[in-house]
Design a protein around this ligand. Structure first.
Ligand code: AMP
Ligand code: MG
Length: 406
């Protein structure tokens, strides 16, 4: 058995960042910028009102309450050439350009409409500049908004839209083939025959791949048949950036993934000192165009599949997508109950639920069933509690928690 840190290092050191592509704004969310973005425009592009109300000369209302003559109106998207002279006001809406002459916007709540709108009473004095948004208040043209390596969040995409960046150079979203293997698996809804079970890993892994920011390509169930599996894998290498398989990587007689990949790819078959997810395989499969396509051979037991995806495949896919930070957030939690285990030479990744206490600490307790086939219990977990080899952690003890679902 090898330590999980060694397996992780082995995997990460063999994966490389994918090439960058010019990408339209609508497709940028979740991707990593491969060029800095410099603002070509000011935001806001013109001086405008921050409130619905009246554009005034602050000096005119210093002795409020005062009455002003309303000489015009301007809405968002409109503009007026009428200047606000002494004793005058212009009715203005949020986002409308400030008329010349005015230097403050009085919110409508501080005013009273008179004479059917031809006059207004201003009930409070106002400082010059109040409720006026200056040109470039948000973004100044010429500034570097986002450096290389920025992850395009929805808010970042909004900023790009605000300065008319319609496309950018970004690391390509990894296309990841997902397949499960096993003669026992059924996914078409048909009644189970003796020995059959419902397929679950592929559905889960397609979701995990997508949640990791990749494009998942569902290749279905491949039977325990070497020629069929070889054809599917070679095809996947030609069209995808990585391949995730589930099942068939342990010591069984029908572990065809092991048989086929040993022959056609440069693989390392690992026994990792962790529980769950001891068997794991990683390697590179050469595509016909010369690319070396990473292959992640996850174990078939559903919980093992999930844990080895989290520990080894997800960081590697994030690396390929150009993320500097490839890991889930981790925090030092408190065991709300004893998290017991026995020494066995392995690190245990115990599925836990957690909540933040009033003291700000994250308190975790086991989800219950910790068997590698008990996906239903695991599905309720927020985190993986890391229990190093030994006897576990007593109630109140510190435990590292990897947040997988927060
Ligand atoms: P294997 O790694 O192929 O020996 O499978 C280990 C265990 O996981 C067996 O009980 C399989 O039936 C089960 N298993 C394998 N693949 C899947 C899958 N895609 N969905 C649900 N269970 C699976
Ligand atoms: Mg199998």
């Amino acid at each position: 058995m090898i330590p999980d840190a060694e397996a992780r290092e082995h995997v990460l050191s063999r994966c490389t960042v994918l090439p960058a592509m010019r990408t339209p704004l609508a497709d940028l969310i979740g991707l990593v910028l491969a060029e800095p973005v410099v603002a070509g425009e000011d935001v806001p592009p013109f001086v405008n009102s921050a409130v619905d109300g009246y554009a005034v000369r602050a000096a005119d209302v210093a002795a409020a309450p005062v009455e002003l003559v309303v000489v015009g109106e301007v809405a968002a998207g409109g503009h007026t050439t009428r200047e606000v002279g002494p004793g005058e006001a212009i009715r203005i809406m949020t986002g409308a350009p400030m008329p010349a002459g005015a230097d403050a916007s009085v919110m409508v709540e501080d005013t009273e409409r008179l004479n059917g709108g031809s006059r207004v009473r201003i009930n409070r004095p106002i400082e010059p500049g109040v409720a006026v948004r200056d040109v470039g208040d948000d973004v100044r043209a010429g500034t570097e908004l986002f450096p290389v390596g920025t992850v395009v969040t929805p808010a970042v995409a909004g900023v790009l839209a605000s300065v008319n960046v319609r496309e950018a150079l970004a690391i390509r979203r990894p296309r990841v083939a997902v397949l499960s293997t096993g003669d026992e698996l059924v996914d078409d809804g048909s009644p189970l025959q003796p020995g059959q079970i419902r397929e679950s890993n592929k559905t889960m892994l397609v979701g995990l791949v997508a949640a990791a920011g990749c494009e998942a390509v569902d290749l279905g169930i491949v039977r325990d048949d070497e020629p069929a599996l070889e054809a599917v894998l070679r095809d996947a290498a030609g069209t995808c950036d990585a391949i995730v398989t589930s099942g068939g990587v342990s010591m069984g007689d029908y572990d065809v993934v092991k048989a086929v990949l040993s022959r056609i790819a440069d693989m390392r078959w690992m026994q990792i000192a962790i529980k769950p997810a001891k068997p794991f395989a990683f390697g590179l499969l050469a595509a016909t165009d010369g690319r070396q396509v990473p292959v992640f051979g996850l174990p078939g037991n559903p919980v093992s599949s999930l844990v080895s995806f989290e520990l080894f495949a997800r960081p590697a896919l994030r690396l390929m997508a150009g993320h500097a930070d490839v890991d889930r957030p981790t925090l030092l939690a408190v065991a709300a109950e004893p998290l017991s285990r026995r020494p066995d030479g392995k690190t245990h990744y115990v599925r836990v639920r957690g909540e933040f206490g009033a003291d700000g600490r994250y308190r975790v307790r086991s989800v219950g069933g910790q068997g590698s086939h008990q996906l239903a219990a695991t599905a309720t977990a927020h985190a993986l509690a890391v229990l190093p080899d030994g006897d576990g952690v007593p109630a109140g003890g510190d435990v590292t928690a990897i947040l997988i679902a927060l």
